[in-house]
Design a protein around this ligand. Sequence first.
Ligand code: ZN
Length: 474
Amino acid sequence: MQCDVLLQNARVVDPRNGVDGQFDLAISDEVVCGVERKLEPQDASEVYDVSGMVVMPGVIDLHVHTSRRHKGYNAHRMMARAGVVTALDLGGPLDEFLEFCRNNPAGLNMAALQAVRPGHTTRDEDPGPSEIADVLQESVERGALGLKILGGHYPLTPEATRRIMEVCNEHRKHVAFHSGTTRTPGNVDGLLESIDLAEGLRLHLPHINSYCRGAVRGATQEISEALEALQGRENLFTEAYLAIINGTSGRCTDGLPESLATRRCLEEGGYEATQEGLRRAIIDGYARVGKESSGENINVTGEEALEEWKYRDTVVSVNFPVNPAEGRLLCAVARDDTGDFIVDAISTDGGGHPRNVAVECGLALVRTQGLTMNEFVQKTSWMPAEIIGLPGKGHLAPGADGDVTVVDPERCRPVMSFNRGRLIMHRGAVVGNETTVITTEHGRKAIQDMGLRAYTADTQDGIFYADDPRAALK
Ligand SMILES: [Zn+2]
């Protein structure tokens, strides 16, 4: 069989098609053309022996950020190095998202939701249905898949929050909601409110673990409440991440950190919620500081961190190890009474933020037998593809896109990845050099006019608006 790429001697794991075993996998003309016990290398242009590795459908991260604020110009490279092939930017802004897709590519497939933000995309915190419909239409025509409600950061009224979900549902577009409204903060109570607000509607609820940091009733209590409340909610599509760190701002004015989140983290760590408290937290290594290094955003600690914070006049990102293990681990492994996962996917909330650890930490869960390899693939590729509506991705049947991530299950690392048969990353070196933007049919023209490659997604082809969303899993 003639083909472009041949991966030999791998363990191929494709839970959607019930494949798990030693196979060779061939890609030709951008699609998978064969998964067989033995394929002949002389028929292939590129041959890779990947003995001992796992070949899985390309990793899809349902939750990343690539805005300027997140130094998104480094994000594509960071994601590619982390084994990601496809990612959904949860909030844009769309113009920055597209700018970095064009100018800073790393071979990825990228999709975006445009943020609804009072004073920016809407007039105020209580937009009516026609204003919301206009924002949705404009965003979709510019290439977005739908809208993201930024409740936890820029809250809207509960009524407007529900209205946005209604408008997106009516138009069958993707909608995600970072919990929190003008009535309830974005903590576990905000999450419970979100579940009520979404009654009867379809909704992507991101980073479930992050609402359960223990600020209200303790981390253990909060995560069990959250998981209990999410049980059986077929209308909700959820993800959670595995990184311990959050991300916030280190900027101080008049001796105080500007961000309330930063002050809260300092207090939680036993520091004063002041500039001096932050200085001490940085020296001690409790607060890590974001820095750029060789085209990537990294976190530094101690003296180096203090230098950077001072050099930038405190205008840096800082982060703290505030995500409790209970939330991170239970969201990854917890199941409901019928045996289905309560949280659908493993995401990162990474991108430009250096916590693209879905592969690294997810494989560590496989090594410690918290998940099987099949379940890891289900949560990092198959379900995300179903949620976005990408029938050609998330699996490796003949005819599926040649999107592949090769991972080392012993070292818990990505080794190489392909986007439709094109090598984009090999042993940490990023070689991908164009971005494909996943958009709806209404966004194709705008994307192509920017000189970007467009790939059409339709929620009708996935589970987001399916009558029985989890039927595929049964
Ligand atoms: Zn996020």
